[in-house]
Ligand binder design. Sequence first.
Ligand code: NI
Length: 261
Amino acid sequence: MVYTDTHAHLDYPDYASDLDEVIKRASEAGVSKVITIGIGRDSIPRSLALCEKYPNLHAAVGVHPTALDALSLDEWEILEKAARHPKVVAIGETGLDYHRLPTEGADAYKKKQHDYFLHHLTLAKRMNKPVIVHCRDAYPDTLKILKAFGRFREEPGVMHCFASDPATAKEVFTLHYVISTGGVLTFKNAPGLRAVIAETPHDMLLLETDCPYLAPVPHRGKRNEPGYTRLVAEKLAEVWGMPLEDISRVTEANVKRVFGI
Ligand code: NI
């Protein structure tokens, strides 16, 4: 049985000393593919270099909404060029994050997030690649932007680390975006998320870790890694009342449809 971790940050310093081991443990856990997210002028080339070194890694390239200074719009060409790399399967992560806004100039920063978001969507459309959307405390505005931009490909993208209610999930699916879920699904204090995932159509869900963050139980609070996707899959098997092999088959088909891998 195989799984894909559709959202990892393997270029982070957290893995500087033992990435070989981390990748090996992922393979041993059946996590046969990982999408590592390159965000910004330093993280993008690091992520592409990792993809060239490890055959089971793929990349997404973008600028994270909480760190827009990591690549200015004057440097956009760096992102455009990276998007053409053969192992790049998505654009992002991009989106809106109203949870962590600067105390000074919050409104200006929000506007900047909107502008970057549209830049990413335009690039994704031109490259015919899905977009990976980060959204925190900003679902109404995020959905408004996605709706206004329109469905630019059969599978326009994913709302990563989905954390909202069933009505919002329904709106996401209406726009033909899938959602992804990770370690939070295993948290004791997340019955609301499990209820949303229980109602999610089986062809609309991806697995992820968002590592190094949000490690699933029993590793909660520690460094996360792609191999733990397996623990998320096991929890999903419980939530959907399906054998693990069906979880593997269904989610892998979704990965193939959205990312082509
Ligand atoms: Ni991320």
